[in-house]
Design a protein around this ligand. Sequence first.
Ligand code: LIP
Length: 264
Amino acid sequence: METLGTFAHLAEEIAREAGEMLLAKRPARPEVLATKSSPTDVVTALDKASEELIRARIKAVRPEDAILGEEGGSTGDGRVRWIVDPIDGTVNFLYGLPDWAVSIAVEVDGEIVAGVVNVVPRGEVFTAARGEGAWLSGERLRCNTGVPLNRALIATGFGYETGRRKIQAEVLAHVLPRVRDIRRAGSAAADLCSVAAGRVDGYYERGPQVWDYAAGGLVATEAGARLGGLNGGAASPELTLCAAPGLFEELHDLLAPLDPERDA
Ligand code: LIP
């Protein structure tokens, strides 16, 4: 019998194994295997190896499930879909910075029900199951509440294409003077977990893909945050926004008139 706990447990086991493999095999200077949307959007051999390991483990236990992975695309069409980012924060992985993560979410009939973000270099595994809370090392997570926009520490990220970055910089120029400060850690999955853990107050980004925010988004919402897009829409690559209710709306209302979903 499938329970949310079973999915969360399996996702955690697999994310931990992938993290151990990555730590063991990461050379001092990982090599770039290929580039994607721009010359700075890189893939290493270990992104591929991590996704292969994750896919193999899922298939061994649940051969009928669908899988969407950043590197391998979409396979299968079961009502259960695993959404996998084998390394979120590949540039950090390349440079040896500590914010990169293995992110695995489980979606059933279109709803994310379990999420695990293993921020490997930090030894932190964030887990969440729908309706059952978000957790880190046995501690239940709660996002910060009651923080006004002008006191909020806001995480964000940037895309890889020049045209997108031009607009992101323009939007940021409006946001920065109106908040406590900005953080750019380099992993959307880790950023969302930081919202959950109260390490930042909010997060917004134009461009993250579902594998970047599916697991971390559940961790954040199970910690009490609101996750969405503009004008009542769902979180999406157009814009993903996350913060406690109250701050979410303030941040939304600051961003919306700036038309942050455009590219130059
Ligand atoms: C990256 C993110 C990062 C974001 C980048 C990119 P990748 O994922 O998580 O925070 O700003 O646009 O999507 O490419 O390392 O898996």
